[in-house]
Write a protein that binds this ligand. Structure first.
Ligand code: URA
Length: 426
């Protein structure tokens, strides 16, 4: 087999055979195929796409490049959830405990945030003492005890994806639906849970900017999941607005706990119930409507919060935060932005808010950047709300410094207002 022939075939849209894709993935992972040949092939994929069969072959070859988890010691049905990421997306911290409280095990490996999107591992590390790197045995022991655990992505899972993703990042080949599908699904299939729920986000704060692209990605991921024999479902959800009112790691942990305490009933709550109910239905716990009721009861009874508390404790974290959110680390500095006139909120650019939060220290521009776990933004509005002059729109937080000017401007400019009265601007 010859790498140049393979590149030429994809360049001419001639479908590759399964063994040609395996040759490419294995050769690149082992270092026999150089970066320049792999980038040429990736660019051909970006321009011409791949067939469904090729995408399945690519996903399986990447999945098989490393360990595949053995979760057979967990007696309950196992379900994993993947969200394609967004701004303020803390759903994993909420739906894992809800689903586990209903008798379904949720073993999860997650990543760190990069750019405007946050990462679940950064959020968990804002809890004092919480260990995100555990040996596999300890991870499964926690799942057997509480039904839920999240650790950081093992380096032994999908080494092919790690190498290919790094190359895509520097070769302009990230935004290809088959490549995104193979990258996400190879990691999820290596987790090897019985069922898999995919939450594909679209909108200003998401990878997929249009609903059409999100639908295409969702459909493709479902096909690949089913080809592997897993129970798999993809749903498409809106990420034009941040999910919930808080953006930033410790702030999002606080919001998640408040939701599980039953204090929050907003769009974030609705999405978490929808995702949990889908996971429960996939796991065979009943029809969708029954699963919605089950998920709601897990919150109102406090059972889901108890799962989170026990899981945090077993991870070495300060579980007292589940009773007293004021024990979550807090920023030293804050800055309130108020409306300069009576306004209606027409829309908000979630990506821009994510970038403002990143400027405050909550996110990373490059992989090794240090983050300020307490930094971020708390919004006082939802799209469609009317805000009177001088009322707060949002509060910015930082532990690093008290100069909020640049981030405040970016955050303010992310909102599209409609003036409600003829008040002069101040
Ligand atoms: N997330 C991934 O893991 N891979 C992609 O290609 C895009 C988002």
């Amino acid at each position: 087999m010859n790498t140049v022939d393979i590149i030429n075939k994809t360049k001419k849209s001639i479908p590759l055979k399964d063994n040609e894709i395996k040759y490419l993935v294995n050769g690149y992972t082992s270092g026999e195929i150089p970066d320049y040949q792999m980038s040429a092939w990736l660019m051909a994929v970006c321009l011409n796409g791949l067939t469904e069969n090729e995408t399945v072959s690519l996903t399986f070859a990447m999945r098989d490049s490393g360990d595949i988890l053995d979760l057979s010691s967990v007696n309950d049905v196992t379900v994993d959830k993947h969200s394609t990421g967004g701004v303020g997306d803390k759903t994993s911290l909420i739906i894992g405990p809800i689903t586990a409280a209903c008798g379904v095990a949720v073993p999860k490996m997650s990543g760190r945030g990069l750019g405007h999107t946050g990462g679940t591992i950064d959020k968990l590390e804002s809890i004092n003492g919480y260990r995100t790197e555990l040996p596999f045995d300890e991870f499964t022991e926690i799942i057997k005890k509480t039904g839920f655990s999240i650790i950081s992505q093992s380096k032994r899972l999908c080494p092919a994806d790690k190498k290919i993703y790094a190359l895509r990042n520097v070769s302009g080949t990230v935004d290809s639906i088959p490549l995104i599908c193979a990258s996400i699904m190879s990691k999820k299939l290596a987790m090897n849970t019985d069922c898999l729920l995919l939450d594909v986000k679209w909108g200003s704060g998401a990878f997929m900017k249009t609903k059409e692209d999100a639908n295409r990605l969702a459909e493709l991921m479902e096909k690949v999941g089913r080809a592997s024999g897993k129970k798999c479902r993809a749903i498409v959800t809106d990420m034009n607005e941040p999910l919930g009112n808080c953006i930033g790691n410790a702030l999002e942990v606080r919001e998640s706990i408040e939701l599980l305490q039953g204090k929050i009933k907003n769009r974030l709550y609705d999405i978490c119930i929808e995702l949990s109910a889908n996971m429960l239905e996939l796991a065979g716990k009943g029809n969708y409507d029954d699963c919605v009721l089950m998920a709601k009861e897990a919150v109102s009874s406090g059972k889901a919060l108890a799962v989170l508390k026990e899981t945090i404790k077993l991870h070495g974290g300060d579980e007292r935060i589940c009773d007293n959110v004021n024990l979550i680390p807090q920023a030293r500095f804050s800055h309130v932005i108020c409306a300069s006139r009576d306004v209606e909120i027409v829309s908000v650019n979630a990506e821009e808010l994510g970038m403002a939060s990143l400027m405050l220290g909550a996110g990373r521009i490059i992989k090794d950047d240090e983050i300020d776990k307490t930094a971020g933004i708390v919004l006082e509005f939802s799209v469609g709300d009317k805000i009177s002059m001088d009322a707060p729109l949002m509060t910015l937080y930082s532990d690093i410094g008290s100069d909020f000017s640049e981030a405040a401007l970016r955050a303010y400019n992310s909102i599209k207002f409609r003036t409600l009265t003829s008040h002069a601007l101040t």
